[in-house]
Write a protein that binds this ligand. Structure first.
Ligand SMILES: [Zn+2]
Length: 351
């Protein structure tokens, strides 16, 4: 959240953002936060596909840092309570969340509830949660809900472990980032129609982050492009911090995705669903998505319902149920009726 002063405002950003290539380098960065500090490293233990959190803890202990560990394998309230209990027992100066989006989010939430500084060490680039003040938690039925947390004080990204993750995680991260283009259109629309407060700088940062990865001829396998994507996802988190909410990175395309999560037996990765939702929302707005569609096809992001394995009727349902996913978030979905849905089907046919 930004802080107003006379004439200016200040925005909290992490004091450190570092891309590294090994656990030893990541530990050096942790040590830079305070060699005498204590760290609670939260990771998925044996359930982790990379074992990176356990490696990091081992290397940190070897380097003489004060480290304890807590296990969290998912982003449920029960795991958050387990991390909270470890925080209460160990009283660390930093909580370090190491893993995929779920582990980072559950550690972020527990750290925020305890008022302890959080360090994000993501092992996948699959969402913009790696540096955001927002976390996604799920209930027993895996239904997600966004909750306010605090932006990390440091983000340490080991590109070597990130690169060992399946390519679909990179594609999902790319989808989550480019979906900002839809989110900011909804924010501008809501500001105009309802007077909802709007933040030019948060929009500027969100849009710049998304546009930074949209280029002809990019390859998801290119290490330099991957670095650009990671930086874009971090910047997207900072846009959310500026706005004090997920508004600059979550609009109609996210509501469609949340509705799909409830409608599909096996939902597709979040980043793919919101990318798909970005095209759907553009079509509902009457905007021409030709350039974005060409880009999506070049990087393997979904464009049409069939690309995600369902039909237009499922999308129609998701659009109808979208607004109820987050009451109060005004988006283009609020204007959709039968004529827009009929036009949508025709528009897909011409893509
Ligand atoms: Zn998202």
């Amino acid at each position: 959240m930004s802080v107003e002063t006379a004439g200016h405002r200040s925005v909290r950003i992490p004091r450190l953002m570092r891309l590294v290539e090994s656990p030893a380098q990541a530990v050096d960065e942790l040590a830079g936060l305070g060699r005498d500090s204590s760290f609670l490293i939260v990771h998925a233990g044996p359930a982790s596909p990379t074992g990176y959190g356990a490696s990091l803890a081992r290397v940190a202990v070897g380097a003489g840092l004060k480290v304890c560990e807590a296990i969290a394998v998912s982003n449920t309230d029960a795991w958050a309570q387990a991390v909270s209990a470890a925080i209460a027992k160990q009283r660390p100066e930093y909580v370090v969340g190491v893993g995929g989006g779920r582990v980072v989010d559950v550690a972020k939430v527990a750290a925020a509830q305890a008022g302890i500084d959080f360090v994000s060490v993501p092992t996948q680039a699959s969402s913009d949660g790696i540096c955001s003040p927002v976390a996604v938690m799920v209930d027993e039925s895996e239904h997600p809900r966004s909750i306010a947390a605090r932006i990390p004080v440091a983000v340490i990204v080991d590109m070597a472990v990130m690169s060992s993750a399946p390519e679909i995680t990179w594609r999902a991260g790319l989808g989550d980032l480019v979906s900002n283009l839809s989110a900011i259109k909804d924010w501008r629309r809501a500001h105009k129609l309802t007077g909802e407060p709007y933040d030019d700088f948060a929009c500027l940062v969100s849009e710049a982050a998304a546009l930074s990865v949209i280029d002809d001829g990019v390859s998801l396998a290119d290490p330099l492009f991957r670095e650009k994507l990671v930086r874009g996802l971090i910047l997207s988190g900072i846009a959310m911090e500026m706005a004090g909410s997920s508004r600059p990175a979550s609009g109609a395309e996210h509501l469609i995705s949340h509705a799909l999560d409830t409608l599909l037996d096996s939902p597709r990765p979040h980043g793919l669903q919101v990318a798909f939702g970005t095209i759907a929302a553009d079509l509902l707005r009457g905007d021409d998505p030709t350039r974005l569609v060409g880009y999506f096809r070049s990087v393997g992001l979904p464009v049409c319902p069939a690309d995600l394995g369902f039909d237009i009727d499922t999308l129609t349902l998701a659009i109808r149920h979208g607004p109820e996913q987050r009451p109060g978030r005004s988006t283009i979905l609020d204007e959709v009726g039968e004529p827009q849905l009929a036009a949508l089907a025709a528009a897909y046919a011409s893509l």
